[in-house]
Design a protein around this ligand. Structure first.
Ligand SMILES: Nc1ncnc2c1ncn2[C@@H]1O[C@H](COP(=O)(O)OP(=O)(O)O)[C@@H](O)[C@H]1O
Ligand SMILES: O=C(OP(=O)(O)O)[C@H](O)COP(=O)(O)O
Length: 396
């Protein structure tokens, strides 16, 4: 991959940096700034080189139009604090504000553009629409640095199309993440255990197919669980469910059996009356979730089971919290898995915005894990052996 050194002298040049600043927020309060901190070294390096740094990023999944709750303004403020320098904020991405803010930058200055996903072109499936938005982004800069590892699996304008329009390079974060993940693709020490959870179920269920060819054991928790339980014929109440994936999941279970890959499912679940910290909740058997309840965590028995299936692992990749860890009553399963990794001798990689945030907010020391990756879906697709569009485009 091309690196920042390949871009030559950057003094006075406008450099567009695609970062992954998709951090968890409580209102306008950032509850974990890990992804912003991870983005700082590349931005600082470009400042030191005298570049005029234009940072672009997304927050959440707005549908192509502005929504206050997804504004990057609080993120820009936090970036300024971490850099110890003023950060200009454009209230749009490629409109008047974006252009004015970029025009006002001096060498070494930094600006953050408003959420890329407020523009329909960013995530469009239509090449022409995405290309037109990428043209506008490219007009704001002389060079492009891709540093948002968490989005390199997305074929989106700011990840792929803009790189085709400007001299481009991989940032230090992307290079570092790929370096670590390579260790898990080239002959990982066995047993190799993958732990999957979280809420992006439709996105991530598909990775299991390829992981069945590489992992020895897959532990399933979080919102993923219920599609498996339902596929086995159990009721899951009001829990997160991908109804149209039931046959696919049955196929995974059959295929795992044939290949000798162990799929470990929870034996009990914390089932609540509502998605709220003060909701009534009980531990119920995984095969007997009441119709009016939703599963928001794996239960204590499952926590012990998962820990026991991690104890002998030599390599572990974990993406996706085991429950709604943001709410204390539903954080115990995630804590149990994190503790099991801390206690094991395995080389462990924890990937994903929320998984990394969970580990930190639950009070674990980052140093106790082999690597904390900023990418969840991106890491998973890399480990599957898939071609990631945001990486391929940096090769040429
Ligand atoms: N049983 C569940 N039901 C609903 N949401 C869940 C459940 N378990 C975990 N989650 C949610 O999953 C979210 C993280 O999912 P995801 O984005 O896939 O992970 P990551 O960001 O680590 O890749 C968390 O906000 C958590 O509250
Ligand atoms: O949070 C992210 O991914 P992750 O939840 O897989 O870690 C990235 O910012 C990508 O976001 P997206 O899954 O909305 O494209």
């Amino acid at each position: 991959m091309l690196t920042i050194d390949d871009l030559g002298d950057l003094r006075g040049k406008r450099v567009l940096v695609r970062s992954d600043l998709n951090v968890p927020l409580d209102g306008t309060t950032i509850t974990d700034d890990g992804r912003i901190r991870a983005s700082v070294p590349t931005i600082q390096r470009l400042r030191d080189a005298g570049a005029r740094v234009v940072v672009c990023a997304h927050l959440g999944r707005p549908k192509g139009a502005p929504e206050d709750r997804y504004s990057l303004r609080p993120v820009a403020s936090r970036l300024g604090e971490l850099l110890g320098a003023p950060v200009a904020f454009a209230t749009d991405t490629v409109g008047d504000s974006g252009r004015d803010v970029v025009a006002g930058l001096a060498d070494g200055d930094v600006a953050v553009l408003e959420n890329l996903r407020f523009n329909p072109g960013e995530t469009s499936k239509d090449d022409a629409e995405r290309g037109a938005f990428a043209d506008q982004l490219a007009e704001l800069a002389d060079a492009f640095v891709s540093d948002g590892f968490g989005v390199v699996h997305r074929k989106q304008a700011s990840v792929v199309d803009v790189a085709q329009r400007l001299p481009h390079a991989a940032g230090g974060l992307v290079l570092a993440e790929v370096e670590v993940l390579k260790r898990l693709t080239v002959d990982p020490a066995r047993p190799y255990v993958v732990v999957l959870g979280g809420s992006k179920v439709s996105d991530k269920l598909g990775v299991i197919e390829n992981l069945l060819g590489t992992a020895d054991r897959i532990l399933v928790g979080g919102g993923m669980v219920f599609t498996f339980l339902k596929a086995q014929g159990h009721e899951v109440g009001k829990s997160l469910l991908e109804e149209d994936q039931l046959d696919t999941v049955r196929g995974y279970l059959d295929s795992a059996r044939e290949r000798g890959v162990e799929i470990v499912l929870p034996t009990d679940v914390v089932a609540a009356t509502a998605f709220a910290a003060d909701a009534e909740h009980d531990v119920v058997p995984a095969d007997a979730i009441p119709a009016d309840r939703l599963g928001l965590d794996i239960g204590p028995d499952s926590g012990r089971l998962f820990a026991s299936r991690l104890a002998d692992a030599s390599t572990v990749f974990w993406n996706g919290p085991m429950g709604v860890f943001e709410l204390e009553p539903f954080s115990h399963g995630t804590r149990a898995v994190a503790q099991a990794l801390v206690d094991s001798d395995a080389f462990s990689v924890v990937g994903g915005g929320d998984s990394a945030a969970a580990v930190r907010t639950l009070g674990f020391d980052e140093g106790a894990f082999g690597h904390i990756s900023t990418g969840g879906g991106a890491s998973l697709e890399y480990l599957e052996g898939k071609t990631l569009p945001g990486l391929t485009v940096l090769d040429s």
